[in-house]
Design a protein around this ligand. Structure first.
Ligand code: 5GP
Ligand code: ZN
Length: 121
């Protein structure tokens, strides 16, 4: 079972931010920004390249979850959403997930992360 499926089944601990019947959102264990969350589908889909039309609702749910997460973490003012696709696109975990990254003004300097780092996600 992949690591994200284990997190979804609560066999592996994570810092959960939001969940519903289609999606789980939790903090990234190695944050690349002061605020870094991951939204994953409960269904194991390997990557964007494996999506089919049956997955429409699960994928929409990722975006709707991102909106909830942004509100909950007080970054609705500005954030980035990203999918890494395949190894050449930076994908390491083969379970579809969307990154939410934010650099709120009050955290930007303290945490040492620079916004340009998003390109090397
Ligand atoms: P990818 O590079 O596949 O788009 O992103 C995978 C992300 O998952 C990475 O940012 C990595 O830090 C995060 N990650 C990997 N393993 C774990 C884990 O066990 N727990 C959590 N919370 N995040 C993880
Ligand atoms: Zn999985």
């Amino acid at each position: 079972m992949c690591i994200f499926c284990q997190i979804i089944e609560k066999k592996v601990a994570s810092n959960i931010i939001f969940e519903n019947d289609r999606v789980l959102a939790f903090r990234d264990i190695h944050p690349k920004a002061p605020v870094h969350a991951l939204m994953v589908t409960r269904k194991h889909i390997r990557s964007v390249n494996d999506l089919d039309s049956d997955d429409e609702k699960d994928i929409s749910a990722l975006l709707l979850a991102a909106k909830e997460v942004a509100q909950k973490l007080n970054v609705a003012k500005g954030y980035k959403l990203a999918f890494n696709v395949e190894r050449a696109g930076g994908q390491v975990i083969d379970h579809i997930h969307m990154h939410l990254l934010a650099w709120p003004n009050d955290l930007k300097e303290a945490d040492g992360h620079k916004q340009k780092e998003v390109m090397t996600l």
